[in-house]
Design a protein around this ligand. Structure first.
Ligand code: NAD
Length: 251
């Protein structure tokens, strides 16, 4: 019997690598994303299917779960990965960006967890993996909404783990340092602007400054950890924040 995985934000970066990794581990993958063109391609690559969804909308969160059940009749793994970044000092931080960030990166994972809950329990190997961030554990300036959403997601992970544990459902947060994806390429420009430093200094002086290993992560590095957390062997790991942070928090 094939396991069925939902991967939000699977059209790009880390989500696309997770979709590929889970497909290679013999799961059927449903990619949910607002980027239809890339999402369709990634879903085809993973031998799965695509559902268009804007995660700021409650009805689209419901649509994702309905699509998985209509198409495949079960849900085993829910990977809450979709996200984006906005950088500005708090006094200038646009309020609509705050709302959108919290909606996509905190409210949508809650709604998807809620709507998928009974299916995940029926699975007997239900897994939720929330892609948080190092910013779910520590903070950086100019990222108030992102840091708040990711800290919130870590909290949601712990609560869901406590409720899911008696039913064999595990819930974990993966907390990566900087990963080379389109999100980070854009952020290099934002970091240079908000910190008033040259673009070519951002990687070394900002992103890798606190890291022990001076290299950006690859999306596949994160996917490998997610695939392990979805495996049978990971049955006892729940409620954790899995750091993959190049030694950032060892200070
Ligand atoms: P990415 O920009 O490459 O991919 C993000 C995906 O999310 C895109 O396909 C985008 O269309 C989708 N998305 C954004 N808003 C959406 C919405 N409203 N509805 C549906 N889909 C939406 O970014 P990435 O770097 O792969 O990031 C994936 C996750 O990993 C995010 O949650 C991010 O916060 C987290 N993360 C990234 C890094 C990093 O350095 N890249 C580090 C730690 C955590």
């Amino acid at each position: 019997m094939k396991r069925v995985a939902i991967v939000t934000g699977g059209a790009s970066g880390i989500g696309a690598a997770i979709a590929c990794g889970l497909a290679a581990a013999d799961a059927t993958v449903l990619i949910a994303d607002m980027n239809e063109a890339d999402g369709e391609i990634r879903a085809r690559d993973a031998g799965g299917s695509f559902v268009h969804a804007d995660l700021t909308k409650r009805e689209d969160c419901r649509k994702i779960i309905d699509a998985a059940i209509e198409r495949y009749g079960r849900i085993d793994f829910l990977i809450n990965n979709a996200g984006f970044q906005h950088m500005d000092p708090i006094p200038d931080f646009p309020e609509d960006e705050w709302d959108k960030l919290i909606a996509v990166m905190l409210t949508a994972p809650f709604l998807l967890t809620k709507y998928a809950w009974n299916h995940l329990i029926e699975s007997n190997r239900g897994r939720i993996v929330n892609i948080a961030s190092i910013h779910g554990v520590v903070a950086s300036p100019y990222k108030a909404a992102y840091v708040a959403a990711k800290h919130g997601l870590v909290g949601l992970t712990k609560s869901a783990a406590l409720e899911g544990g008696p039913h064999g459902l595990t819930v974990n947060a993966v907390c990566p340092g900087y990963v080379r994806t389109p999100l980070v390429e854009k952020q290099i420009i934002d970091q240079a602007r908000t910190r008033n430093i040259p673009v070519e200094d951002v990687e070394e002086k900002v992103m890798l400054e606190p890291a022990a290993i001076k290299r950006l992560l690859d999306p596949q590095d994160i996917a490998a950890l997610v695939v392990f957390l979805c495996s049978k062997a990971a049955w006892g790991i729940t409620g954790t924040t899995q750091l993959i942070d190049l030694g950032w928090t060892a200070h």
